[in-house]
Design a protein around this ligand. Structure first.
Ligand SMILES: [Zn+2]
Ligand SMILES: [Zn+2]
Length: 243
């Protein structure tokens, strides 16, 4: 086993000889991300205030004080707060797509860096105890070979120095793709799709729920509802991208 400095030197020399290509355009990767060039990383649309205090959806224009968006006012939200690093667009979209659908596990560290930056920006006042991934249905997991949210949650937990409860949530019902559904239909589609079980030592704790992409928030809200029913004190959500 090589020591960490030796590994780092090896990597640095390797990068000099064979610069890693950008996952989006193929140019040499920059320094901020291992697999993204400067130009593509500059195109990442990081989500910024003003945003809905609950779900983190940004709004255009000037807003005074805390507010909740129309979606959060229209339906119950079981998470305390949800935040996403970037708009599901440009480089963020391409990285998530390759990570999820093209076995692009080599992108995991870059995506975890986006999640970590998002936590650092939006959650510095919250003390979190445990990281939980949104589960995939076992059939889908078998086909893909991994659950992308679990890979992200494990990487993020390691960086945060927190435990990761990979099996706290299970998907007990197969749900059809939500792409063409409205917010209300998505909420109906995921109802009863999950079950949660928290070991006694993780009850009454503050959980961080991790997913790759959040759209209307129906899935993470339903997961949060199950986790609260299983004894969680509160659920905070972080995703790489917002659709
Ligand atoms: Zn690029
Ligand atoms: Zn909202």
């Amino acid at each position: 086993m090589l020591s960490a400095p030796v590994r780092q030197w090896g990597r640095a020399i390797g990068d000099l000889l064979y610069p890693r290509p950008c996952a989006v355009c193929g140019a040499a990767a920059g320094k901020a991300f291992a697999h993204l060039c400067w130009d593509c990383s500059a195109e990442i649309d990081f989500l910024q205030a003003p945003m809905c205090a609950r779900c983190g959806e940004p709004v255009a224009g000037r807003v005074d004080g805390a507010f909740e968006c129309h979606l959060c006012c229209a339906q119950p939200r079981h998470f305390e707060k949800a935040r996403s690093a970037a708009r599901y667009d440009a480089a963020a979209r391409e990285m998530v797509r390759r990570f999820k659908y093209e076995q692009g596990l080599w992108l995991r560290n870059d995506l975890v860096s986006l999640l970590y930056a998002c936590i650092d920006t939006h959650y510095d006042e919250v003390s979190l105890d445990l990281v939980v991934p949104v589960p995939l249905h076992p059939v889908k997991r078998r086909t893909r070979g991994y659950n992308q949210s679990e890979v992200l949650a494990a990487g993020l937990a390691k960086r945060l120095g927190l435990p990761c409860a990979r099996r706290a949530l299970r998907r007990v019902r197969f749900t059809s793709t939500q792409t063409r559904l409205t917010a209300r239909q998505r909420a109906d589609n995921v109802r009863g799709a999950f079950s949660a079980r928290l070991p006694a030592r993780f009850r009454q704790r503050h959980l961080l729920l991790v997913d790759d992409v959040m759209t209307t928030g129906a899935t993470v809200s339903e997961c949060s509802r199950c986790l609260l029913a299983a004894g969680a004190a509160g659920v905070w959500v972080v995703t790489v991208a917002r659709g």
